[in-house]
Design a protein around this ligand. Sequence first.
Ligand code: COA
Length: 376
Amino acid sequence: MTDPTTYRPGLEGVVAGESAISRIDVERNRLIIRGYDLVDLTTTASFEEVAYLLLNGELPNRAQLDAFLDTLRNERSLPEPLMEYLRQAPDTVHPMSLLRTAVSALSFWDPDAGDNSPEANVAKATRLLAKAPTILTTGYRLSQGQEPVPPHADLSAAGNLLYMLRGEEPAQHEQEAINVSLILYAEHGYNASAFAARVVTSTLSDLHSAVTAGIGALSGPLHGGANEQAMQMLLEVEQHGDAEGWVLEALALKKKIMGFGHREYKAGDSRVPSMKAVAEEIAKAVDDHHWVDLAARVEETMIREKGIHPNVDFPCSYTYYMMGIPIPLYTPIFVSSRIAGWSAHVIEQLAGNRLIRPAHIYTGQEPRPVPAIDER
Ligand code: COA
């Protein structure tokens, strides 16, 4: 039954489902993933352990983790036709578009493509987690006229991502920085991309379709695309020379400041302190604190003028920049982690599925006769 009084544009505050995967605890400003505080996970776990937790419901024991790591490492390479496709893609294509299409295409070679059992979905999600960094680094290197770097079987997800991007083994502190960012990006409740993945799944479609939809939803600047936009903005702020003045001008023009604001958190994103700590470490390592300082001035001005706090995309953007990661890869890196969260939502949706099909309020014409073509 349609009840127009429940209508909220953007569905804010509307309960659209149940989930045991994560909870944004706004009162205590924390994100709980399957019962664990995300901040605790960033200090004690690897991204791979968090991905396992999301996909299977519990943290792995040593034997389970070893088996999961083995699978991830063995699944990193891409089918040859997909490598060829990446070679043929125009250099101007954004890596998010490459990733969206390549993830969809991977279903062609996945032995479990049409199997919607939880076991098959964990297997498919694990393969996508293993292959996404290969797609994004291979696609990017080819677009720059460089040969792809084959995956490194001895490195973690974080280390291997940087290795395939640069062709040399990253330092430990860099691997740790990426590891924390991947954990922070892995899952965040009923956000737009997770919801998109659940809507697709609710028709009893397959995991590759749901993840492809998730990537499409994440790519927009109001969602995951904000990390790239935030860095472009910081480059503009630096060029301008006066961070406070730049923000005041942008606000006067009613511009959105990228990397700020959040639908759920209104007093700060619980993931930001962990990412800022990483930014500090990287600034120390590169012996250049000016991006952290510039970002702090933007943040102070936004809080003072609008009471709007940064979200995780803001510190992620300048951390990645200080590490020399090309800006068009920021959102694809987010994808390489969020595949774990989306896949958990797919599995959960299927376990208690009901077709997602909301109502709407019709604002069009009243019924009228169809005019003959010469009378239009
Ligand atoms: N810069 C400037 N003003 C902002 C803002 C931002 N980043 N985020 C919110 N606001 C303003 C809105 O313009 C609105 O002002 P108004 O009441 O004068 O119209 C007010 O704050 C409330 O914002 P609203 O748009 O209702 O919040 P929301 O919950 O719909 O939006 C976002 C949440 C994330 C879409 C929004 O904050 C945004 O666009 N942020 C920038 C993109 C971004 O960083 N996305 C990543 C999110 S993790």
